[in-house]
Design a protein around this ligand. Structure first.
Ligand code: C5P
Length: 300
């Protein structure tokens, strides 16, 4: 959920963490990309993007995970801004601020969420008519996860991430996100995946409660789990730690890892589970957060 302080020359937006509640790999295409079927939701945890009027495009990165990133043209947030500027012939620049609060290369959207947030933010900041360009196509060019981050609501994704269908309303639920301090490379995880392909696993209808959602999800899976654990065995320990917490309805890895999530009925259960894991693993990144059905910025 992004609050926005829009005073025409300054805008702030939240880039929410994306969670793959399940992720099935259904095929592999000739170009090496994989066809997916996934249910995506968002978490009430985010990086913060600020946009400020400036003559040129610049990026300044701060926050606890700033060190792992460079602010050069290869940064996805800056790339997103440059692509949008070129696609629209926008003459102005923008000083982009990125407060990196979420761990990088960690399966929860990260760079994709930031890029989507910059795209959506600049559309408003520069007052670009959405009908004047193919924003979805631009998002996909930046990365397979960028379109769903731009969509910002719970959704099924298929294709390589380019086909997005609104998911049934998800019930109130809480998450505990656990990153055991490792980054894993998405292409490496996809490459290391073994075994046959899975079938799509869409739910039969809107789950009535967090427990009902967990029941649905129990027969679905994240097909990248074993490959990620082969690369970084500590991911298996993170999953075990979540499973062992009281009231954990489901424990699973998100995206290509390494971040895992536990699903809980309410904030109290998530807070207790988070505190327990943080105490036994002080070096891990552990955060309870509500699951969000809609992470889009509030209408100004
Ligand atoms: O699109 P993005 O740059 O995020 O993807 C990173 C890498 O992950 C791709 O180069 C590809 O190796 C792998 N990938 C894939 N199938 C997808 C998404 C990503 O094989 N649907």
């Amino acid at each position: 959920m992004a609050e926005a302080a829009n005073e025409s020359n300054f805008l702030t937006r939240n880039a929410a963490a994306k969670i793959n509640l399940y992720l099935h790999v259904t095929d592999r295409r000739q170009d090496g990309y994989h066809e997916l079927d996934s249910l995506v939701a968002f978490a009430g945890l985010h990086d913060v993007i600020t946009l400020e009027a400036a003559p040129t495009l610049t990026l300044d990165i701060t926050g606890p995970f700033a060190d792992g990133l460079t602010s050069g043209p290869e940064n996805l947030a800056l790339k997103a801004a440059e692509m949008l500027r070129q696609a629209t012939g926008q003459p102005q620049g923008c000083a982009i601020g990125l407060e990196k609060r979420l761990p990088i290369a960690s399966g929860i959207g990260g760079g994709s969420a930031d890029a989507a947030c910059v795209l959506g933010g600049l559309m408003d900041f520069w007052r670009i008519d959405p009908k004047s360009l193919d924003l979805h196509g631009l998002a996909l060019e930046l990365g397979a996860d960028v379109p769903v981050c731009l969509y910002g609501r719970s959704a099924y994704i298929s294709g390589i991430g380019d086909e997005i269908i609104k998911a049934p309303a998800l019930p109130p639920a809480w998450l505990v996100l656990v990153n055991p301090g490792v980054s894993v490379s998405t292409p490496e995880v996809f490459k290391a995946r073994k075994g046959s392909f899975n079938i799509p696993g869409r739910l039969e209808g809107p789950p009535a409660s967090a427990a009902h959602l967990a029941e649905f999800l129990a027969s679905r899976y994240n097909d990248l789990t074993e490959a990620a654990i082969d690369i970084a065995p500590v991911i298996g320990a993170a999953l075990e730690a979540l499973k062992e917490t009281e009231d954990c309805l489901l424990a699973r890895m998100s995206g290509s890892g390494a971040t895992c999530f536990g699903l809980y009925e309410d904030s109290g259960a998530a807070a207790r589970a988070g505190a327990e894991i943080a105490q036994s693993q002080p070096g891990w990144w552990v955060r309870p957060a509500p699951m969000l059905d809609d992470a889009r910025p509030a209408k100004e």
